[in-house]
Design a protein around this ligand. Structure first.
Ligand SMILES: Nc1ncnc2c1ncn2[C@@H]1O[C@H](COP(=O)(O)OP(=O)(O)O)[C@@H](O)[C@H]1O
Ligand SMILES: [Mg+2]
Length: 153
């Protein structure tokens, strides 16, 4: 582990604000895992990241389609939700492997459902229920991931 940080987020607004703040420090090629039980706030965090990049429309949870793309000038964000992911053959058949490239940023909910077929994360975003709101543990595994976390104010 290269760098980690902890936050207490007392309501949805704080989750959104932290994610919006982080958005400006994302770089193409990054791979972010989002972990935590159902309702922990993973999709809310993705919504905050997209808002931070000035995306204003609805953010659909890609539970059935597995992935939703968002195009920006300098990169494409792929938001995966692998909760219903079962078939490893489907991964290559659907071309998902190619989504992880140096012009994309992949945000992956439920990465544990796809185990070893996923590339390693630059950052792990771990959300859990707290007495008041949510606890957030951010872990930067690569130098680019650690730099991103250090830049959050
Ligand atoms: N810091 C927070 N404190 C309390 N509730 C929160 C916080 N962040 C998000 N929420 C709420 O928790 C729920 C999380 O839902 P969602 O983001 O879809 O979770 P997940 O994708 O992990 O299943 C939403 O109703 C959201 O408003
Ligand atoms: Mg979700």
């Amino acid at each position: 582990m290269m760098f980690d940080s902890n936050y207490d987020l007392k309501d949805e607004g704080e989750t959104l604000r932290l994610a919006e703040n982080m958005a400006s420090h994302l770089r193409p090629g990054m791979n972010l895992y989002l972990k935590g039980e159902l309702g922990a706030g993973k999709t809310t965090f993705v919504r905050g990241l997209l808002r931070g990049l000035s995306y204003q429309d609805k953010v659909k949870s890609p539970t059935y389609t597995l992935v939703e793309p968002y195009n920006f000038d300098k990169f494409t964000i792929y938001h995966f939700d692998l909760y219903r992911f079962k078939d490893e053959n489907e991964w290559d058949a659907a071309g998902f492997r190619e989504y992880f490239n140096n012009l994309s940023i992949c945000l992956v909910e439920w990465p544990e459902k796809a185990g070893h077929i996923l590339p390693k994360p630059d950052i792990s975003i771990e959300l859990s229920h707290a007495t008041l709101g949510r606890h957030l543990h951010l872990i930067g595994y690569s130098s680019i991931g650690a730099e991103c976390l250090k830049a959050i104010i």
